[in-house]
Ligand binder design. Sequence first.
Ligand code: UD1
Ligand code: PEP
Length: 447
Amino acid sequence: MSKFIVRGGNVLAGNVKVSGAKNSVLPIIAASLLGEDGISIIRDAPPLDDVMTINKVLESLGANVTYDREVITVNAQNIASCEAPYEWVRKMRASFLVMGPLLTRTGYTRISLPGGCAIGTRPIDQHLKGFEAMGAEINLGQGFIEAKTKGRLRGAKVYLDVASVGATENIMMAATLAEGTTVIENAAKEPEIVDLANYLNGMGAIVRGAGTGVIRIEGVEKLCGVEHTVIPDRVEAGTFMIAAAMTGGNVFVEGAIADHLGPVISKLEEMGVSIDAQENGIRVRADKPLKAVDVKTLPYPGFPTDMQSQMMALLLVSEGTSVVTETVFENRFMHVDQFRLMNAEIKVEGRGAIVTGGAKLSGAKVCATDLRAGAALIIAGLVADGTTEVSGTHHIDRGYVHLAEKLSGLGADIWRITMDEPVAESTKVQLPQHEERPVLKIQPTWA
Ligand SMILES: CC(=O)N[C@H]1[C@@H](OP(=O)(O)OP(=O)(O)OC[C@H]2O[C@@H](n3ccc(=O)[nH]c3=O)[C@H](O)[C@@H]2O)O[C@H](CO)[C@@H](O)[C@@H]1O
Ligand SMILES: C=C(OP(=O)(O)O)C(=O)O
Protein backbone atom coordinates (compact mmCIF):
# COMPACT_ATOMS: atom_id res chain seq x y z
CA MET A 1 0.00 0.00 0.00
CA SER A 2 1.26 3.47 -0.71
CA LYS A 3 0.35 7.01 0.27
CA PHE A 4 1.12 10.53 -0.82
CA ILE A 5 2.45 12.69 2.00
CA VAL A 6 2.01 16.43 1.52
CA ARG A 7 3.30 19.17 3.80
CA GLY A 8 1.43 22.36 3.13
CA GLY A 9 2.76 25.89 2.82
CA ASN A 10 4.99 26.02 -0.27
CA VAL A 11 4.23 28.34 -3.19
CA LEU A 12 4.43 26.57 -6.57
CA ALA A 13 6.68 28.08 -9.22
CA GLY A 14 8.37 26.90 -12.40
CA ASN A 15 7.53 24.75 -15.38
CA VAL A 16 5.57 21.50 -15.50
CA LYS A 17 5.03 19.36 -18.59
CA VAL A 18 1.65 17.81 -19.33
CA SER A 19 1.51 14.14 -20.41
CA GLY A 20 -0.63 12.67 -23.17
CA ALA A 21 -4.36 12.52 -22.46
CA LYS A 22 -5.64 9.39 -20.72
CA ASN A 23 -9.10 9.88 -22.18
CA SER A 24 -7.68 10.09 -25.71
CA VAL A 25 -5.18 7.30 -25.58
CA LEU A 26 -7.65 4.72 -24.21
CA PRO A 27 -10.15 4.89 -27.12
CA ILE A 28 -7.26 5.22 -29.57
CA ILE A 29 -5.69 1.99 -28.31
CA ALA A 30 -9.12 0.32 -28.56
CA ALA A 31 -9.48 1.64 -32.12
CA SER A 32 -6.18 -0.01 -33.06
CA LEU A 33 -8.12 -3.27 -33.10
CA LEU A 34 -9.61 -2.04 -36.38
CA GLY A 35 -6.25 -2.20 -38.17
CA GLU A 36 -6.29 -5.33 -40.31
CA ASP A 37 -3.01 -4.38 -41.94
CA GLY A 38 0.10 -2.58 -40.72
CA ILE A 39 1.05 -1.53 -37.23
CA SER A 40 -0.23 1.40 -35.21
CA ILE A 41 2.33 3.59 -33.48
CA ILE A 42 0.86 5.75 -30.74
CA ARG A 43 3.13 8.48 -29.40
CA ASP A 44 2.87 10.42 -26.11
CA ALA A 45 1.03 7.49 -24.55
CA PRO A 46 1.23 8.24 -20.81
CA PRO A 47 2.59 5.50 -18.51
CA LEU A 48 -0.64 5.12 -16.56
CA ASP A 49 -2.21 2.05 -15.01
CA ASP A 50 -5.26 2.52 -17.26
CA VAL A 51 -3.04 2.39 -20.34
CA MET A 52 -1.44 -0.82 -19.13
CA THR A 53 -4.88 -2.27 -18.46
CA ILE A 54 -6.22 -1.60 -21.95
CA ASN A 55 -2.99 -2.91 -23.43
CA LYS A 56 -3.61 -6.13 -21.54
CA VAL A 57 -7.16 -6.27 -22.88
CA LEU A 58 -5.76 -6.02 -26.41
CA GLU A 59 -3.18 -8.70 -25.67
CA SER A 60 -5.91 -10.98 -24.33
CA LEU A 61 -7.65 -10.56 -27.70
CA GLY A 62 -4.52 -11.66 -29.56
CA ALA A 63 -3.05 -8.30 -30.57
CA ASN A 64 0.67 -7.81 -30.19
CA VAL A 65 1.28 -4.71 -28.04
CA THR A 66 4.56 -3.11 -27.00
CA TYR A 67 5.10 -0.12 -24.72
CA ASP A 68 8.39 1.70 -24.55
CA ARG A 69 9.10 5.26 -23.47
CA GLU A 70 5.59 6.57 -24.10
CA VAL A 71 5.30 4.88 -27.48
CA ILE A 72 2.83 2.06 -27.97
CA THR A 73 2.84 -0.21 -30.99
CA VAL A 74 -0.17 -2.35 -31.77
CA ASN A 75 -0.22 -5.11 -34.32
CA ALA A 76 -3.85 -6.22 -34.51
CA GLN A 77 -3.64 -8.10 -37.78
CA ASN A 78 -4.49 -11.36 -36.06
CA ILE A 79 -7.34 -11.23 -33.60
CA ALA A 80 -7.53 -14.50 -31.72
CA SER A 81 -10.48 -13.82 -29.42
CA CYS A 82 -13.55 -11.60 -29.32
CA GLU A 83 -14.07 -11.81 -25.57
CA ALA A 84 -12.82 -9.13 -23.21
CA PRO A 85 -12.36 -10.83 -19.84
CA TYR A 86 -13.81 -9.63 -16.55
CA GLU A 87 -10.32 -9.54 -15.07
CA TRP A 88 -9.55 -6.38 -17.07
CA VAL A 89 -12.97 -4.87 -17.73
CA ARG A 90 -13.71 -4.69 -13.99
CA LYS A 91 -10.58 -2.58 -13.51
CA MET A 92 -11.54 0.09 -15.97
CA ARG A 93 -14.78 1.04 -17.69
CA ALA A 94 -12.97 2.21 -20.80
CA SER A 95 -12.20 -1.46 -21.59
CA PHE A 96 -15.76 -1.54 -22.88
CA LEU A 97 -14.55 0.58 -25.81
CA VAL A 98 -13.24 -2.56 -27.50
CA MET A 99 -16.83 -3.59 -28.18
CA GLY A 100 -17.41 -1.32 -31.21
CA PRO A 101 -14.15 -2.25 -32.97
CA LEU A 102 -14.52 -6.01 -32.33
CA LEU A 103 -18.16 -6.10 -33.38
CA THR A 104 -17.62 -4.22 -36.61
CA ARG A 105 -14.48 -6.11 -37.56
CA THR A 106 -15.54 -9.66 -36.68
CA GLY A 107 -19.33 -9.60 -36.31
CA TYR A 108 -19.19 -10.99 -32.77
CA THR A 109 -18.09 -9.86 -29.34
CA ARG A 110 -18.68 -10.85 -25.75
CA ILE A 111 -17.65 -8.45 -23.03
CA SER A 112 -17.95 -8.42 -19.29
CA LEU A 113 -20.44 -5.86 -18.05
CA PRO A 114 -18.52 -2.83 -16.82
CA GLY A 115 -19.54 -2.14 -13.24
CA GLY A 116 -20.71 1.14 -11.77
CA CYS A 117 -18.17 3.01 -9.71
CA ALA A 118 -17.81 5.60 -7.05
CA ILE A 119 -19.01 8.50 -9.21
CA GLY A 120 -22.30 7.04 -10.48
CA THR A 121 -24.06 4.06 -12.02
CA ARG A 122 -22.68 4.74 -15.51
CA PRO A 123 -25.05 2.75 -17.71
CA ILE A 124 -24.14 1.70 -21.26
CA ASP A 125 -27.62 1.81 -22.80
CA GLN A 126 -26.60 4.46 -25.36
CA HIS A 127 -23.70 2.35 -26.65
CA LEU A 128 -26.05 -0.62 -27.08
CA LYS A 129 -28.78 1.48 -28.65
CA GLY A 130 -26.28 2.57 -31.30
CA PHE A 131 -25.10 -0.97 -32.05
CA GLU A 132 -28.70 -2.19 -32.29
CA ALA A 133 -29.63 0.61 -34.67
CA MET A 134 -26.76 -0.63 -36.84
CA GLY A 135 -28.22 -4.14 -36.97
CA ALA A 136 -26.50 -5.87 -34.05
CA GLU A 137 -28.35 -8.36 -31.89
CA ILE A 138 -27.53 -7.78 -28.25
CA ASN A 139 -27.89 -10.36 -25.49
CA LEU A 140 -27.25 -9.69 -21.84
CA GLY A 141 -26.76 -12.33 -19.19
CA GLN A 142 -24.50 -13.73 -16.50
CA GLY A 143 -22.47 -10.56 -16.30
CA PHE A 144 -21.72 -10.50 -20.01
CA ILE A 145 -22.94 -8.60 -23.03
CA GLU A 146 -22.88 -10.42 -26.28
CA ALA A 147 -23.31 -8.62 -29.60
CA LYS A 148 -23.47 -10.22 -33.02
CA THR A 149 -24.42 -9.35 -36.57
CA LYS A 150 -25.31 -11.57 -39.53
CA GLY A 151 -23.35 -9.52 -42.03
CA ARG A 152 -21.51 -6.22 -41.71
CA LEU A 153 -23.06 -3.62 -39.44
CA ARG A 154 -25.27 -1.21 -41.39
CA GLY A 155 -24.94 2.54 -41.25
CA ALA A 156 -27.79 4.15 -39.29
CA LYS A 157 -28.96 7.37 -37.70
CA VAL A 158 -28.31 7.26 -33.96
CA TYR A 159 -29.65 9.97 -31.68
CA LEU A 160 -27.97 9.86 -28.26
CA ASP A 161 -30.28 10.68 -25.35
CA VAL A 162 -27.22 11.92 -23.46
CA ALA A 163 -24.12 13.26 -25.19
CA SER A 164 -22.06 10.36 -23.87
CA VAL A 165 -18.34 10.44 -24.61
CA GLY A 166 -17.94 6.66 -24.51
CA ALA A 167 -21.07 5.94 -26.57
CA THR A 168 -20.02 8.48 -29.22
CA GLU A 169 -16.59 6.83 -29.41
CA ASN A 170 -17.87 3.25 -29.47
CA ILE A 171 -20.49 3.95 -32.15
CA MET A 172 -18.05 6.03 -34.20
CA MET A 173 -15.55 3.15 -34.19
CA ALA A 174 -18.24 0.59 -35.05
CA ALA A 175 -19.44 2.77 -37.93
CA THR A 176 -16.04 2.97 -39.63
CA LEU A 177 -16.40 -0.53 -41.11
CA ALA A 178 -20.20 -0.56 -41.43
CA GLU A 179 -21.98 -0.65 -44.76
CA GLY A 180 -23.16 2.86 -45.63
CA THR A 181 -23.36 6.05 -43.62
CA THR A 182 -23.87 6.46 -39.89
CA VAL A 183 -24.97 9.77 -38.41
CA ILE A 184 -24.56 10.30 -34.67
CA GLU A 185 -26.80 13.10 -33.40
CA ASN A 186 -26.32 14.77 -30.02
CA ALA A 187 -22.77 13.43 -30.17
CA ALA A 188 -20.27 14.36 -27.47
CA LYS A 189 -17.93 17.18 -28.56
CA GLU A 190 -14.91 16.61 -26.31
CA PRO A 191 -11.41 17.18 -27.77
CA GLU A 192 -10.75 13.47 -27.18
CA ILE A 193 -13.52 12.66 -29.69
CA VAL A 194 -11.73 14.81 -32.26
CA ASP A 195 -8.43 13.09 -31.48
CA LEU A 196 -10.03 9.68 -31.98
CA ALA A 197 -11.64 10.80 -35.25
CA ASN A 198 -8.26 12.04 -36.50
CA TYR A 199 -6.70 8.71 -35.61
CA LEU A 200 -9.48 6.78 -37.36
CA ASN A 201 -9.18 8.97 -40.44
CA GLY A 202 -5.42 8.29 -40.44
CA MET A 203 -6.28 4.58 -40.50
CA GLY A 204 -8.40 5.14 -43.61
CA ALA A 205 -11.81 5.86 -42.09
CA ILE A 206 -14.10 8.67 -43.25
CA VAL A 207 -15.31 10.54 -40.17
CA ARG A 208 -16.61 14.10 -40.50
CA GLY A 209 -17.98 16.54 -37.94
CA ALA A 210 -16.15 15.29 -34.83
CA GLY A 211 -16.17 18.12 -32.29
CA THR A 212 -19.71 19.12 -33.29
CA GLY A 213 -23.02 17.62 -32.20
CA VAL A 214 -23.45 15.72 -35.48
CA ILE A 215 -20.84 13.21 -36.65
CA ARG A 216 -21.11 11.46 -40.03
CA ILE A 217 -19.17 8.30 -40.73
CA GLU A 218 -19.01 6.68 -44.18
CA GLY A 219 -18.16 3.03 -43.75
CA VAL A 220 -15.08 1.68 -45.55
CA GLU A 221 -13.95 -1.89 -46.32
CA LYS A 222 -10.71 -1.93 -44.40
CA LEU A 223 -8.53 0.07 -41.98
CA CYS A 224 -4.77 -0.04 -41.47
CA GLY A 225 -2.42 0.83 -38.64
CA VAL A 226 -1.13 4.41 -38.57
CA GLU A 227 1.19 6.66 -36.57
CA HIS A 228 -0.46 9.16 -34.22
CA THR A 229 0.48 11.51 -31.38
CA VAL A 230 -2.02 11.79 -28.55
CA ILE A 231 -3.21 15.28 -27.49
CA PRO A 232 -2.05 16.69 -24.12
CA ASP A 233 -4.20 15.84 -21.11
CA ARG A 234 -6.48 18.82 -20.43
CA VAL A 235 -7.53 17.45 -17.04
CA GLU A 236 -3.95 17.01 -15.88
CA ALA A 237 -3.18 20.51 -17.21
CA GLY A 238 -6.20 21.95 -15.39
CA THR A 239 -5.15 20.20 -12.19
CA PHE A 240 -1.73 21.92 -12.28
CA MET A 241 -3.36 25.25 -13.10
CA ILE A 242 -5.56 24.96 -10.03
CA ALA A 243 -2.64 23.80 -7.88
CA ALA A 244 -0.71 26.90 -8.97
CA ALA A 245 -3.66 29.20 -8.21
CA MET A 246 -4.24 27.49 -4.87
CA THR A 247 -0.75 28.26 -3.58
CA GLY A 248 -0.59 31.82 -4.98
CA GLY A 249 2.03 30.54 -7.40
CA ASN A 250 3.44 31.30 -10.83
CA VAL A 251 3.57 28.20 -13.02
CA PHE A 252 3.96 27.54 -16.73
CA VAL A 253 1.92 24.48 -17.70
CA GLU A 254 3.80 23.29 -20.76
CA GLY A 255 1.72 21.64 -23.47
CA ALA A 256 -1.63 22.82 -22.09
CA ILE A 257 -3.98 23.82 -24.93
CA ALA A 258 -6.06 26.86 -23.99
CA ASP A 259 -8.79 25.97 -26.50
CA HIS A 260 -9.42 22.71 -24.62
CA LEU A 261 -9.60 24.48 -21.26
CA GLY A 262 -12.04 27.33 -21.99
CA PRO A 263 -14.36 27.01 -18.98
CA VAL A 264 -11.54 26.26 -16.53
CA ILE A 265 -9.66 29.36 -17.72
CA SER A 266 -12.82 31.50 -17.54
CA LYS A 267 -13.61 30.41 -13.99
CA LEU A 268 -10.03 30.98 -12.82
CA GLU A 269 -10.05 34.44 -14.40
CA GLU A 270 -13.39 35.26 -12.72
CA MET A 271 -11.75 34.34 -9.44
CA GLY A 272 -8.86 36.73 -10.06
CA VAL A 273 -6.20 34.37 -11.40
CA SER A 274 -4.07 35.74 -14.21
CA ILE A 275 -3.91 33.43 -17.24
CA ASP A 276 -1.55 33.91 -20.14
CA ALA A 277 -2.25 31.44 -22.95
CA GLN A 278 0.82 30.95 -25.09
CA GLU A 279 1.58 28.81 -28.11
CA ASN A 280 3.20 25.96 -26.17
CA GLY A 281 1.40 26.23 -22.85
CA ILE A 282 -0.39 28.36 -20.29
CA ARG A 283 1.12 30.55 -17.57
CA VAL A 284 -0.91 30.78 -14.38
CA ARG A 285 -0.25 33.46 -11.78
CA ALA A 286 -2.17 34.15 -8.62
CA ASP A 287 -0.98 37.14 -6.63
CA LYS A 288 -4.13 38.36 -4.91
CA PRO A 289 -6.93 36.85 -2.80
CA LEU A 290 -9.31 34.80 -4.94
CA LYS A 291 -13.06 35.43 -5.21
CA ALA A 292 -15.69 32.70 -4.87
CA VAL A 293 -17.52 31.65 -8.08
CA ASP A 294 -20.32 29.24 -8.84
CA VAL A 295 -19.47 26.25 -11.02
CA LYS A 296 -21.76 23.87 -12.90
CA THR A 297 -20.38 20.79 -14.65
CA LEU A 298 -21.64 20.09 -18.17
CA PRO A 299 -20.59 18.09 -21.22
CA TYR A 300 -17.91 19.81 -23.31
CA PRO A 301 -17.61 22.71 -23.93
CA GLY A 302 -19.07 23.17 -20.45
CA PHE A 303 -17.06 22.93 -17.25
CA PRO A 304 -15.63 19.37 -17.06
CA THR A 305 -16.86 17.04 -14.35
CA ASP A 306 -13.29 15.69 -14.20
CA MET A 307 -12.19 19.11 -12.83
CA GLN A 308 -15.01 19.52 -10.30
CA SER A 309 -13.25 18.21 -7.20
CA GLN A 310 -10.02 20.11 -7.90
CA MET A 311 -12.07 23.30 -8.39
CA MET A 312 -13.85 22.64 -5.11
CA ALA A 313 -10.47 22.51 -3.37
CA LEU A 314 -9.68 25.97 -4.77
CA LEU A 315 -13.08 27.37 -3.79
CA LEU A 316 -12.45 26.25 -0.21
CA VAL A 317 -9.67 28.81 0.10
CA SER A 318 -11.31 31.63 -1.87
CA GLU A 319 -13.27 34.53 -0.36
CA GLY A 320 -17.03 33.98 -0.11
CA THR A 321 -19.51 31.19 -0.68
CA SER A 322 -19.77 29.15 -3.88
CA VAL A 323 -22.25 26.67 -5.26
CA VAL A 324 -20.86 23.71 -7.19
CA THR A 325 -23.45 21.85 -9.24
CA GLU A 326 -22.62 18.42 -10.65
CA THR A 327 -24.90 17.57 -13.56
CA VAL A 328 -22.90 14.86 -15.37
CA PHE A 329 -22.60 12.14 -12.71
CA GLU A 330 -25.15 11.56 -9.96
CA ASN A 331 -22.67 10.67 -7.21
CA ARG A 332 -19.56 12.74 -7.68
CA PHE A 333 -19.30 14.43 -4.30
CA MET A 334 -17.54 11.61 -2.45
CA HIS A 335 -14.54 13.90 -1.86
CA VAL A 336 -16.68 16.24 0.27
CA ASP A 337 -16.44 13.98 3.34
CA GLN A 338 -12.68 13.83 2.88
CA PHE A 339 -12.40 17.62 2.58
CA ARG A 340 -14.43 17.86 5.80
CA LEU A 341 -11.72 15.85 7.55
CA MET A 342 -9.43 18.72 6.57
CA ASN A 343 -11.68 21.27 8.24
CA ALA A 344 -13.70 22.24 5.18
CA GLU A 345 -17.26 23.50 5.48
CA ILE A 346 -19.36 22.11 2.62
CA LYS A 347 -23.07 21.36 2.57
CA VAL A 348 -24.41 18.97 -0.06
CA GLU A 349 -27.99 19.32 -1.25
CA GLY A 350 -28.85 16.93 -4.06
CA ARG A 351 -26.67 17.80 -7.03
CA GLY A 352 -25.38 21.01 -5.42
CA ALA A 353 -22.61 21.61 -2.90
CA ILE A 354 -22.44 24.88 -1.00
CA VAL A 355 -18.80 25.61 -0.29
CA THR A 356 -17.85 28.09 2.42
CA GLY A 357 -14.66 29.80 1.35
CA GLY A 358 -11.86 31.12 3.51
CA ALA A 359 -11.25 27.79 5.23
CA LYS A 360 -8.03 27.31 7.12
CA LEU A 361 -7.47 23.77 5.97
CA SER A 362 -5.67 21.44 8.29
CA GLY A 363 -3.66 18.38 7.31
CA ALA A 364 -5.38 15.03 7.87
CA LYS A 365 -5.36 11.38 6.87
CA VAL A 366 -7.70 11.20 3.89
CA CYS A 367 -8.54 8.73 1.15
CA ALA A 368 -8.90 9.23 -2.59
CA THR A 369 -12.42 8.04 -3.37
CA ASP A 370 -11.81 8.30 -7.12
CA LEU A 371 -9.13 9.52 -9.47
CA ARG A 372 -9.88 13.26 -9.49
CA ALA A 373 -10.86 13.28 -5.82
CA GLY A 374 -7.35 12.03 -5.11
CA ALA A 375 -5.79 14.91 -7.04
CA ALA A 376 -8.09 17.39 -5.28
CA LEU A 377 -7.05 16.15 -1.84
CA ILE A 378 -3.39 16.49 -2.76
CA ILE A 379 -4.02 20.05 -3.97
CA ALA A 380 -5.81 20.84 -0.72
CA GLY A 381 -2.85 19.39 1.16
CA LEU A 382 -0.56 21.91 -0.59
CA VAL A 383 -2.08 24.74 1.46
CA ALA A 384 -3.21 22.85 4.57
CA ASP A 385 -1.64 23.42 7.93
CA GLY A 386 0.66 20.50 8.69
CA THR A 387 0.78 17.14 6.96
CA THR A 388 -1.84 15.48 4.78
CA GLU A 389 -1.67 11.77 4.00
CA VAL A 390 -3.61 10.66 0.93
CA SER A 391 -4.27 6.94 0.57
CA GLY A 392 -6.16 5.23 -2.26
CA THR A 393 -3.23 5.95 -4.56
CA HIS A 394 -4.34 3.28 -7.05
CA HIS A 395 -7.08 5.68 -8.15
CA ILE A 396 -4.56 8.46 -8.73
CA ASP A 397 -2.22 6.14 -10.67
CA ARG A 398 -5.01 5.52 -13.16
CA GLY A 399 -4.78 9.05 -14.46
CA TYR A 400 -1.73 11.04 -13.27
CA VAL A 401 1.84 10.41 -14.41
CA HIS A 402 4.44 10.97 -11.65
CA LEU A 403 2.18 13.40 -9.81
CA ALA A 404 4.40 13.71 -6.72
CA GLU A 405 7.53 14.24 -8.83
CA LYS A 406 5.86 16.85 -11.05
CA LEU A 407 4.52 18.79 -8.04
CA SER A 408 7.78 18.60 -6.14
CA GLY A 409 9.51 19.90 -9.28
CA LEU A 410 7.37 23.02 -8.77
CA GLY A 411 8.46 23.29 -5.15
CA ALA A 412 5.74 21.35 -3.37
CA ASP A 413 6.72 19.38 -0.28
CA ILE A 414 5.28 16.06 -1.41
CA TRP A 415 6.49 12.50 -1.60
CA ARG A 416 5.17 9.00 -1.82
CA ILE A 417 5.69 6.21 0.65
CA THR A 418 5.14 2.55 0.02
CA MET A 419 4.39 0.47 3.05
CA ASP A 420 5.79 -3.03 3.46
CA GLU A 421 3.12 -4.87 1.58
CA PRO A 422 3.09 -6.60 -1.77
CA VAL A 423 2.73 -4.07 -4.56
CA ALA A 424 -0.81 -4.26 -5.91
CA GLU A 425 -1.10 -5.52 -9.47
CA SER A 426 -2.67 -2.23 -10.49
CA THR A 427 0.40 -0.22 -9.50
CA LYS A 428 2.77 -2.10 -11.79
CA VAL A 429 3.27 -0.31 -15.03
CA GLN A 430 5.60 -2.52 -17.08
CA LEU A 431 3.96 -4.90 -19.47
CA PRO A 432 5.34 -8.42 -19.30
CA GLN A 433 7.21 -9.69 -22.34
CA HIS A 434 4.72 -10.50 -25.05
CA GLU A 435 4.14 -14.23 -25.20
CA GLU A 436 4.11 -16.03 -28.49
CA ARG A 437 0.53 -17.02 -29.08
CA PRO A 438 -1.02 -19.17 -31.73
CA VAL A 439 -1.98 -17.22 -34.81
CA LEU A 440 -5.65 -17.99 -34.79
CA LYS A 441 -7.11 -15.34 -37.01
CA ILE A 442 -10.79 -14.74 -36.41
CA GLN A 443 -12.61 -14.17 -39.67
CA PRO A 444 -15.70 -11.96 -39.85
CA THR A 445 -18.82 -14.05 -39.35
CA TRP A 446 -19.91 -13.19 -42.91
CA ALA A 447 -16.58 -14.05 -44.61
C1 UD1 B 1 -12.24 7.20 -20.44
C2 UD1 B 1 -13.02 8.46 -20.54
O1 UD1 B 1 -13.02 9.13 -21.56
N1 UD1 B 1 -13.68 8.83 -19.44
C3 UD1 B 1 -14.42 10.06 -19.44
C4 UD1 B 1 -15.76 9.83 -20.10
O2 UD1 B 1 -16.40 8.79 -19.39
P1 UD1 B 1 -17.70 8.09 -20.03
O3 UD1 B 1 -17.53 7.98 -21.49
O4 UD1 B 1 -17.94 6.86 -19.25
O5 UD1 B 1 -18.80 9.17 -19.69
P2 UD1 B 1 -20.12 9.49 -20.49
O6 UD1 B 1 -19.95 10.73 -21.26
O7 UD1 B 1 -20.54 8.26 -21.20
O8 UD1 B 1 -21.15 9.74 -19.28
C5 UD1 B 1 -21.83 10.96 -19.14
C6 UD1 B 1 -23.20 10.70 -18.54
O9 UD1 B 1 -23.96 9.92 -19.43
C7 UD1 B 1 -24.51 8.80 -18.78
N2 UD1 B 1 -24.61 7.68 -19.74
C8 UD1 B 1 -23.50 7.31 -20.46
C9 UD1 B 1 -23.57 6.27 -21.36
C10 UD1 B 1 -24.80 5.61 -21.54
O10 UD1 B 1 -24.93 4.68 -22.34
N3 UD1 B 1 -25.88 6.02 -20.83
C11 UD1 B 1 -25.82 7.04 -19.92
O11 UD1 B 1 -26.82 7.38 -19.29
C12 UD1 B 1 -23.52 8.52 -17.66
O12 UD1 B 1 -24.11 7.76 -16.62
C13 UD1 B 1 -23.15 9.92 -17.22
O13 UD1 B 1 -24.12 10.41 -16.33
O14 UD1 B 1 -16.52 11.03 -20.04
C14 UD1 B 1 -16.82 11.48 -18.72
C15 UD1 B 1 -17.70 12.71 -18.83
O15 UD1 B 1 -17.03 13.76 -19.38
C16 UD1 B 1 -15.52 11.75 -17.97
O16 UD1 B 1 -15.81 12.03 -16.63
C17 UD1 B 1 -14.60 10.54 -18.01
O17 UD1 B 1 -13.33 10.90 -17.53
C1 PEP C 1 -13.91 9.46 -14.44
C2 PEP C 1 -12.73 9.41 -15.05
O1 PEP C 1 -12.28 8.40 -15.83
P1 PEP C 1 -12.98 7.01 -16.21
O2 PEP C 1 -14.09 7.29 -17.14
O3 PEP C 1 -11.88 6.28 -16.91
O4 PEP C 1 -13.44 6.37 -14.93
C3 PEP C 1 -11.75 10.53 -14.97
O5 PEP C 1 -10.80 10.53 -15.77
O6 PEP C 1 -11.91 11.39 -14.11
